[in-house]
Ligand binder design. Sequence first.
Ligand SMILES: Nc1ncnc2c1ncn2[C@@H]1O[C@H](COP(=O)(O)OP(=O)(O)O)[C@@H](O)[C@H]1O
Ligand SMILES: [Mg+2]
Length: 262
Amino acid sequence: MVEPIIKIRDLHTQYGDKKVLKGINLDIYPYETFVILGRSGCGKSTLLRHLIGLQKPTQGYIYIKDNNFVTASEKEKNDILKNIGMLFQSSALFNSMTVGDNVALPLREHTPQPDSTIKIMTRMKLGLVGLSGFENFMPAELSGGMKKRAALARALAMDPEILFCDEPSAGLDPIVAVGIDNLILKLKKAFKMTIVVVTHELESVFVIADRIALLHEGEFIFVGTKDEMRRSEVPVVRQFLQRAPDEDDMDKDKFLNSLIGG
Ligand SMILES: Nc1ncnc2c1ncn2[C@@H]1O[C@H](COP(=O)(O)OP(=O)(O)O)[C@@H](O)[C@H]1O
Ligand SMILES: [Mg+2]
């Protein structure tokens, strides 16, 4: 039997009196693309911050490959984090550094590789996300979609086992958003990697997800496959689905993609 790579157990978080996560449990398995869906403000980013050890939950545990992230020491945490890539919602690129230096940063920090090797690795990662030749650009010179791609290249710099993405296509215009979703799809096919995406956008879910969890009022009210979600009778799931694209729209997405070479 395959062990989950991520286990969330009875996780609670509150800000002041406001309970955001109310005892959630979840298993994520190796190599699946797991999408956590929920409305804005439901606690998705909070959960991701717990998952990368940036913020301690009020109560409960997170195990990543059997390491308890909540009780881990700083050193243990850093060791776990070497295997984790994170694409932040805001991209979080350092504006004073070139795109290449942004991508090279984790490699310079965590590996003993000489600069010549790091330069080659950086170029490879930029190529992977469709940004070949952009290493000497500054982040400010990039469009929103290109910033996301650069941030994704940085998240992938260390060849992580787990990639977390916070709203990868939010705030991008629809064609660019489809391009980012397809890039995630391509990465999923090309690498043995567990991918966890949080989003409020149903469109993305149906493109990239193997399994989906719907976070609503602090709890997962649905966990399952796309088909199980389509068949679900849970009222909140049905409400979400009413905004889902139908199969014709999916074909339209494919057409848009063919235009942008995705
Ligand atoms: N540091 C914080 N202090 C107080 N409230 C917060 C903080 N971070 C998030 N919140 C609140 O918690 C809720 C969940 O936020 P967040 O995790 O950012 O949701 P999402 O990413 O799903 O939009 C929101 O109501 C937000 O206002
Ligand atoms: Mg958020």
